[in-house]
Design a binder for this molecule. Structure first.
Ligand code: ADP
Ligand code: MG
Length: 629
């Protein structure tokens, strides 16, 4: 037996390790299983390279939980270690066998699949153990099996042992504070999270587990007898879809991989992108487009980041642009530094390149779908639009491309690209300042009257009803030249698309002054601002509008992102059509009582058509109308 001191730079690394990432103690298992997988992969590699001539046998990693002995063992049939190798790779913390291996076999196929460093590596075992043993037999001919043991102080011992099988057992004697790791469900949970797609079979077995005797036999007290069984199952799928070439996969395979990733999500994704890059960085993965619902938050953070098939995290905000976090799926890249601070990640060159690459892939995919099958693309648009709009709002590079395949729908349900629609309406909807005014409604039903009036003039009205609408519209007004948007109910049509010719007013200034107080007395409060306007005679007698910019500010405030405007009061413009014959009629009514009555009725009708007539006022209107019958 040999004793020694683990060679650590800092005086005592163990107290630090024990406290390290307290909430992340579970990663010890990820580290140890990764090492076991590495040991197996190395052996496979050496065998195909001709350096290892023995039988590979059944290369698997076993996790054995023994709750009686309070141990957790991670067993592999990989390369194993000689006493010298333990001395080098374990006792001297500064050396990494994984790094050395990759360096030595650089450029050879398979060598870069070694997982290696995440951070704490092997020593993370001491976060949860009072004692750790390595029992190992090297693959080299004539090696002797050895056992390394340490209780977490920097002292260790090495002894010769008897061990027939090649490979390594890491035996953890779980400490008092870490009893949770002696529970089957806890370990199963960690394995499901980190090891689900490792490339070597990972088998989880509890030494004993008690279940009801299947024969139904009773004990002396009449209870069904409990019998001990060994329970064993394989945790992982060793060749998940993203590791295969796209040409090997059928549409169905992508669907079933999606279900494998999100067993509790019922709705299938719209389509997917298979990522496969090896230069200038290594990246594989499959991204899925979900049907995006109104509530963006619940869709987020479903992308899982892997490194060589080991799960790292499902929070990828630092790695992909914010709008891409709406996608689902897997990204696997050994080139993303995994053990550095978040702010560092954002400035990391590789991470930036990866993020740009993914954004490009996504916009290319959409562009290609649009080009290949426009009808199909249109049928998916309602589920896609929020994603595309979000992308346009947050990424200028994406906007550049997206402008060409972004669709808008008109009130009749027909789809156009932004270009197509502008061309279509240009002649009629260009105002006197040479701007094309794109009229829109957020609800064809609620604004039926406004939409109808616009259509009567030959205008085409867009139907824009996304939660991002007002941000997105503002963004388009900035990027498209000479285009502005106006909701159909935000002013009179003549004002919305102002032409050069003025419509003459039938009412004189004096007439307006006579009518004004009557209208004002029937409108309560500061909420409504009265205005006479010479509209066309077939427009409504009174139109109630909310100015475009006030409504947009309010909407943007609701979505967040325009906080500095403070609270906007609800204000509306009441536009009286000075060319409508009903208004002229009122002017000529003799008794002031009848005048007021008629004005009231017209105002209520205008309020009603904007959905603003409510409660007592609505009730009064209904009763008055019944009296009229
Ligand atoms: P890394 O994996 O990044 O090299 P670790 O601390 O996890 O760092 O492991 C240190 C080294 O110990 C490994 O590189 C490897 O040489 C050796 N090692 C650890 N576990 C095993 C194992 N199960 N079989 C063989 N060698 C191992
Ligand atoms: Mg390791």
């Amino acid at each position: 037996m040999k004793k020694g001191q683990i060679n650590v730079q800092t005086e005592n690394i163990f107290p630090i390790i024990k406290k390290f990432l307290y909430s992340d103690h579970e990663i010890f298992l990820r580290e140890l299983v990764s090492n076991a997988v590495d040991a197996s992969q190395k052996l496979k590699f050496l065998s195909s390279n001709g350096e290892f001539k023995g039988e590979l046998g059944d290369l698997k990693v076993e996790i054995i939980l023994d709750s009686d002995k309070k141990t957790l063992t991670i067993r592999d049939r990989g390369v194993g270690m000689t006493a010298d190798e333990i001395d080098k790779y374990i006792n001297q913390i500064a050396f990494s066998g994984a790094e050395e291996f990759v360096e030595k076999y650089k450029g050879k196929e398979g060598a870069e699949q070694i997982i290696g460093h995440f951070g704490l590596g092997f020593y993370s075992a001491f976060m949860v153990s009072e004692k750790v043993q390595i029992r190992t037999l090297s693959r080299s001919k004539g090696s002797k099996a050895v056992q390394w043991e340490s209780n977490g102080s920097p002292e260790y011992s090495i002894t010769d042992i008897k061990k027939e099988d090649r490979g390594t057992d890491i035996v953890l004697y779980i400490n008092e504070d870490s009893k949770e790791f002696l529970e089957k469900s806890r370990i199963q949970g960690i394995l499901d999270k980190y090891c689900k797609f490792l490339p070597i079979p990972v088998i989880f077995g509890t030494k004993t587990e008690y279940v009801d005797d299947p024969s139904g036999e009773k004990d002396k007290d009449g209870n069904i007898k409990r019998v001990a069984v060994d329970s064993i199952n394989q945790v992982n799928n060793i060749s998940p879809a993203w590791t295969k070439a796209p040409s090997e996969l059928k549409e169905d395979d992508y669907g079933s991989f999606y279900r494998e990733l999100y067993p509790s999500t019922f709705e299938p994704p719209l389509f997917h992108i298979h990522l496969n890059v090896d230069y200038p960085f290594n990246l594989t993965g499959i991204l899925y487009f979900p049907r995006i619902k109104e509530n963006l938050e619940i869709q987020k953070n479903k992308i899982n980041l892997y490194s060589n098939q080991v799960f790292i995290t499902d929070s990828v905000e630092e790695i992909v642009p914010e709008f891409l976090t709406l996608l689902h799926g897997v990204i696997d890249s050994p080139d993303i530094p995994l053990n550095v601070s978040r702010s560092y990640l954002q400035s990391d060159g590789n991470v930036k390149k990866i993020s740009t690459h993914i954004t490009k892939k996504v916009s290319d995919k959409l562009a290609q779908m649009f080009k290949k099958d426009r009808k199909d693309f249109e049928s998916k648009w309602e589920d896609l639009k929020i994603f595309v709009q979000y992308g346009m709002l947050s990424d200028t590079k994406f906007t550049e491309k997206a402008k060409n395949f972004t669709l808008v729908k008109n009130s009749e349900g027909k789809y156009f690209t932004l270009d197509e629609f502008q061309k279509k309406v240009k002649t009629l909807q260009t105002n006197k300042d040479k701007k094309v005014v794109l009229l829109y409604t957020n609800s064809v039903e609620e604004q039926y009257g406004f939409v109808q009036k616009a259509k009567d003039r030959g205008y085409d009205v867009l139907h824009i009803d996304s939660p991002l609408a007002s941000h997105w519209i503002a963004n388009l007004e900035q990027t498209l030249e000479n285009v502005m948007f106006a909701r159909v109910d935000s002013d009179s049509l003549d004002k919305l698309i102002q032409k050069d010719e003025e419509i003459p007013s039938k009412l004189s200034k004096e007439d307006e002054e006579t009518l004004k107080p009557i209208f004002e007395s029937e409108l309560n409060g500061d909420k409504y601002k009265l205005q006479f306007e010479s509209m066309s005679s077939d427009d409504a007698p009174i139109i109630i509008t909310q100015p475009e910019f006030i409504r947009r500010m309010k909407e943007q405030q609701k979505m967040g992102g325009a906080g500095f405007y403070g609270a906007f009061p609800e204000t509306y413009n009441v536009l009286v059509n000075s060319n409508h014959n009903k208004i002229e009629e009122i002017l000529n009514v003799k008794t002031s009582k009848t005048k007021t009555k008629k004005v009231k009725q017209l105002i209520d009708i205008a309020l009603l058509s904007q959905g603003l007539l409510k409660g007592e006022e609505l009730n009064n209107f209904i009763e008055r109308s019944i009296d009229l019958v």
